[in-house]
Design a protein around this ligand. Structure first.
Ligand SMILES: [Cu+2]
Length: 144
């Protein structure tokens, strides 16, 4: 049996560390990066004070580092979805552009925007200032 810290294992471990770092693009974050961003966003949300963490019939989408967390969400018609900015400095917006809705006001850290959709369907949305350059978009699916 090979020793767990044999040179080969150490080199493999190093390779695992080096490859993803080199693969990080300058543009929109890839899926793996988004997962890490959203894990951090959830930690920030959990630590945030003064916000009801379990409001009735409500789902929460976090906005953090040019990412909606989760990026796709399915809810039953009549569920309220609130979009909460857990960023440190950056402001975001929520814009159901394709559905013809007006863009939300700019949401600063710890501010939120809520909406309740009654009609089943798939609703893509975006962040006004960050969808083009940063790919900050999401999709909300409403089921009957
Ligand atoms: Cu944004």
């Amino acid at each position: 049996m090979r020793h767990p810290l044999s040179p080969t294992a150490a080199m493999l471990a190093l390779g695992i560390l080096v490859v993803p770092l080199a693969a990080i693009p300058a543009g929109p974050a890839q899926a793996a990066d988004k997962a890490a961003v959203c894990a951090e966003a959830r930690e920030r949300y959990a630590a945030m004070e003064g916000i009801d963490k379990a409001p009735a019939n409500t789902e929460t989408v976090l906005m953090y580092k040019y990412t909606f967390c989760p990026q796709t969400l399915t809810v039953k018609a009549g569920t309220t979805v609130r979009f909460l900015n857990v960023d440190k400095r950056t402001s975001h917006s929520v814009w159901f552009k394709e559905a013809g809705q007006a863009e939300s006001d700019r949401l600063f850290p710890e501010e939120m925007y809520s909406l309740t959709l009654q009609d089943a369907g798939t609703y893509p949305y975006l962040c006004g200032p960050h969808w083009k350059q940063e790919g900050m978009t999401g999709t909300l699916t409403v089921t009957p």
